[in-house]
Design a protein around this ligand. Sequence first.
Ligand SMILES: CC(C)(COP(=O)(O)OP(=O)(O)OC[C@H]1O[C@@H](n2cnc3c(N)ncnc32)[C@H](O)[C@@H]1OP(=O)(O)O)[C@@H](O)C(=O)NCCC(=O)NCCS
Length: 163
Amino acid sequence: MNQLKFRNAQKEDLNRCYEIETVSYQGDEAASKEKILKRIDGYPQGFVVLEINGEVAGFVNSGVCHQVVLSDENFKELIGHDESGGNIVIMSVVVHPDFQGNGYAHMLMQEFIKKMKGLNKQTIHLICQTELIKMYSSHGFSYQRQSDSDHGGLSWHEMVLKL
Ligand SMILES: CC(C)(COP(=O)(O)OP(=O)(O)OC[C@H]1O[C@@H](n2cnc3c(N)ncnc32)[C@H](O)[C@@H]1OP(=O)(O)O)[C@@H](O)C(=O)NCCC(=O)NCCS
């Protein structure tokens, strides 16, 4: 029986999170180690990792703002992040390929949403590729529009969840 544990990220998770990000995201979609460190340091409450049998298997990370601009690349380094804001912007939702296909992304999203409700946040925003619209819709996200972002040379869609 697998032991599952959700917790906030710590500095010691940096190398493993970077590994998961680079093996899972294609090309320059993956965040650099520096960006991941800024997210751990800058907003650990919004950086939720899933440990399976003591090993980090996936995570969700994010920042907070008053005004959401999903195409803002600087926000990925938490420039403009302000914990007093009500709006969460998710940067990564990722599960290591060894663990994919077992419902772990669903569990991470469920845990993340619960946590953000607990922090009295008002909305959660993200951008995703077409094939994942259904997954986020199943967590209550609604489709907003096609994104201006061409992150990683791909086309993206903006989604929002009102908490
Ligand atoms: C996307 C990702 C997080 C899914 O993780 P996972 O643990 O395998 O997902 P789950 O097993 O919880 O499945 C979630 C749902 O999404 C669907 N799904 C997952 N990846 C999919 C894909 N590439 N295309 C279409 N559907 C997909 C699953 O079929 C499942 O749907 P269901 O509940 O209707 O059966 C994982 O594949 C990943 O890390 N990918 C690379 C990073 C990425 O693209 N992240 C998304 C950023 S917006």
